[in-house]
Write a protein that binds this ligand. Sequence first.
Ligand code: PHE
Ligand code: ZN
Length: 880
Amino acid sequence: MRPETAVAIHLEDYAPAAYQIDTVDLDIQLSPRSTDVFARLAVRRHEDTDPGAPLELDGDELELVGLTLDGMPLLEDAYSATPSKLVLNAPPAEPFTLEIRTRIDPDSNTELMGLYRSSGTYCTQCEAEGFRRITYFLDRPDILSVYTTRIEARKGDAPILLGNGNPVSAGDVPGTDRHFAVWHDPHPKPSYLFAMVAGDLAHVADTFVTTSGRKVDLKIYVEHGREDRCAWAMDSLKRSMKWDEDVFGCEYDLDVFNIVAVSDFNMGAMENKGLNIFNDKYVLADPETATDQDYANIEAVIAHEYFHNWTGNRITCRDWFQLCLKEGLTVFRDQEFSSDMRSRAVKRIADVRLLKSHQFPEDAGPLAHPVRPRKYTEINNFYTATVYEKGAEVVRMLKTLLGPDGFRKGMDLYLERHDGDATTIEAFLVCFSEATATDLGQFARWYDQAGTPQVDVKSRYDKRAGELTLDISQSIAPLPGQASSEPAVIPLRFGLVGRNGEDMSFERVTGARLQEDVLILEEQSQSVTFTGLKSRPVVSLLRGFSAPVRLEDHQDADDLLFQARQDSDDFNRWQAIQTLATHDLIRLAGEARTGKELKADARLVEAFGETLLNEELDPAFRALALQLPSEADLARDIGSNVDPDAIHQARAVLRAAIGSENAGAFRAALGAKPQGSFSPDADAAGKRALANQALAYYAASGASDVDDLVMAAFVDADNMTDRIAALTLLVHDNLKDAEQALEIFRKRHEATSLAMDKWFMVQATAPLADGLEKVKALTAHPLFDFANPNRVRSLVHAFATGNATQFARQDGLGFEFVAGNVLVIDQRNAQVASRLLTCFRSWRAYEEGRSKLAETALLKISSAEGLSRDTRDIVDRCLQ
Ligand code: PHE
Ligand code: ZN
């Protein structure tokens, strides 16, 4: 893959491949340093291809050892082979069989793409372009083939041999210490869904019976000794299978469904047909080592990968520009699943927080791209928050616009019409358009325009006439490569809230289409008038965050406080208090830079106390409402001339004010933990979240017993959620026993890698004056390992994204440290390196001094030799 031979690939250049491969028979003879792969491909000329046109197969760092065509060796001038290409100059016009023999070295595969080993287990990762690291192939998602895989390995090394599809046969290889297994997958699939696993693994087993009576054997494979941490994942899987039948009518289609958890994985998990491979962080959980957040993530990721079986596998993407076809839709589906399993309002708030903290900054800076990009040089850099999270929002808007029944009709048509296809966003939209007789032409812009639309609303109330007018405009700020934009279709869910907190009725609305409680905005600017109002309402807009836009509705503090207390929409109650806090924090951050004495707004402080004590609200909701906007959130909202130290100070002042003004109440709330033995359910998790939020505010109160109280909470914790919450306070607030607590934690969890990731992360994100020096020292810790992506993310990545003041230090050393690490990591794993580098994406938003320093760090990377294509692409785009 390296070095950087970057050619831009354009959506408009798409053309079907010249040849099709109908079947793939693989024989993989595993050995750590030298694995032989025999691939027998049934190749057929595409009807539009001229006879004799060359067949060009992709490769990546491959060594060709043998090649035959219909059983005959090829003459030297009939083909050419390099590590990245195999070309047959003039293949037969009629279907033929190609046999390719390659040799690969799993142990030296540090990119974790293709076939590699993780803690001794052989495993594969083929999305997006990893299959070409195993054999030469038409490695593109529109080539659908039926795969049969024979895997052979030493019995002692790898008693377990797994492939896609159903098991066919297995046995010993006579006269050797080896054995084999054959797997057959009857469903044609693209090469990126190929997988195999071989290793010495333990498993837990269960079964699921589908609606039409198919009995499916479910297994989760893990390293020995980890079996008792699989129960939650298995439970989540069974609930996902049932939910997909009930809600989307999607049934499973093989006799087995296997999940394998590995420790070294670039991403979260992978939906390979019948053989999902997971980062073990999204499988393993018990109360001792996993937090409530981990449990929720596992439930969501297990569901996500399972749901891909239909949205991704049965129906796949024609080309990689269509990535959101499977990812946006599948994220939407997993979000809906979690909403049905938990509190819908709380899930929505959590999802929107993630969208705003990850996707909005991406969409506002040099890495912005449409949900469906039109151009890429390295596809691995497009597994982004925009494709995933904004992609999910677009599907959600489709559902809002078409209604639940219309949406289901469109989905049914899509699943039926395109089953077995590699297809496009256009084809997806046509299904909804046809099923509901709706024109989605303008809606399609959501897939093609980058940037977050800014919606500006000014409201006027005419008391005598009883009329409310909203002057609404929408626009997208110019972006690199997108100077202007066209108006989008924006579904704006709303309510006109009366004094009693109930939504008021009105006679008529003019100036926009109204669909139940949704205004449909379609113009660059429009005036919407409501008539027949008895008094001035408080206008509650964008309820449930009905569109991924930035709303500026110019609400004053009185109306926001009213909304925070009275809005019938939970999301907007949360949003109102967040907006109030954001306004005050931005004011404080501005004043911090002038050296003024900082004083938080008293009414805001009071509102936080009220939220804590409001027993009518679900504890999980209260915990979220009490959480202040993060430093990164504030930097994003400030947008330019950002000073992270001022933001940090502002937050500290508000936090201390809320803590000290309501200290008694927070102290009293500490005891409100769930009773009885640990359960990860949403109710119990919500209670823990609220109690831990109370502990954090109490810690900020400055009361004399804070050090002891937080240390006691740490020592007494009987689950990871509470333990890590207390440890975070000890370390981040630099409390008396911080070092001792870190030692206790380390001794207790040393053998559990996922728990130790948390230990690294707590320290990486500590906003202390010598935070950077501590992080540097930790890179030399015996448990730190550049080869393990989770560990790198928990230290270096966590530092870069979660420690704003130290990353953006005024001496430039934070930037320099991260840039240096990008270069080191890039030598072994391009994907992990380029992802780490994206933490520089908002560099131009810093105040001048820091932005210069960030530029220096980026230029250093840019001038380094032998950069991977991945890192080259990100650094170039950041600097553009
Ligand atoms: N397709 C995976 C998912 O979203 C993500 C992934 C992409 C994993 C690329 C590995 C490599 O579920
Ligand atoms: Zn996915």
